[in-house]
Design a protein around this ligand. Sequence first.
Ligand SMILES: [Zn+2]
Length: 361
Amino acid sequence: MTLRSTTFLLVLLVTASSAQEVSAPPRNIILMIGDGMGVSQVTAGRTTKGHLALERFRHLGLLLTHAYGDEYVTDSAAGATALATGAATRNGMIGMGPDSLPRTTILERGRALGKKTGVVSVCSITHATPASFLAHVPSRAMEREIAFQIAEADADVLLGSGWGWFLPKEKGGRRTDGLDLLERMKERGFRIVLTEAALREAGGGGISKIAGFFAENHVGRAQDRRPSLADLTEFALRTLAQGERGFVLMVEGSQIDWASHDNNSDQTAIEMADFDDAVSVAVGFAEKNPATLVIVTADHETGGYALLDGSLREKAVQGGFITKHHTAAMVPLFAMGPGAEKLTGIRPQSEVGALLIDLVR
Ligand SMILES: [Zn+2]
């Protein structure tokens, strides 16, 4: 081979390999939603924790969170539906477009391509954010119908709470239709666990489908929750990693939002730090499994939270809120792994949802 043809071949090889790097889709996608997590919530968590796993991300963006039409301030249903389906929709709607027609979720797309799928939250799995990834209903208040659809959905891992929505009144639940959806899920191959001990016993290695509901409705605050969000995330990743074609997992830090609705600055920082512990687990997984895309973002900001003073030395913040409700402020997005470079910049939430769905291959 002449020097010239060797050089030509080298150029070809380099071009081919860099083209491959750009186009190779992620095998696994971990989408993490800090409910109500604006930039001040992130800063408060960083101050009280000292550092954040979030600081390891190098691709950052900002999301515009406005809902469909002229709804300036979004709720969790429209926000999560935009991220889950790529459709901007009306406040209150779950997994549906503004025309009340169901939209395919990122989990459903993953499933159709043979990937494993999961949802982890620290609120009832029937609540707006997790529900938007699993169900299609016109109102977030339809939690019994949402539970029914979740029981029939094809997710492999469901970890959160809210077993009351799955059981009839006769068995201590909230259903008036007599249905025992936990029984139904067992028939469909789910291992059902309702305590931390049962989850530990289930292990995670050999199990393919698991549903864990650790309270009748919502679980408690971060400092009282066992298993923790980080524990649940670790369990979900161990279970989903067994799939041959990768997985799509959504993890929600549900109660940052609630602490900010309560205008409780200390609790907001605690919930933020707790969510970041789960981010740390996801980052650790991605470091061992580099074909994993991790995205951390929010559905909206809550409280109009501002940091008025604080101390890095004493790890303390003095926060103030201007409302008990959500605000329209842009929220941060952090991404790492294959495809992360496509998610930077200022974008509407629905556009990021559409980009994520497109990355599921
Ligand atoms: Zn909220």
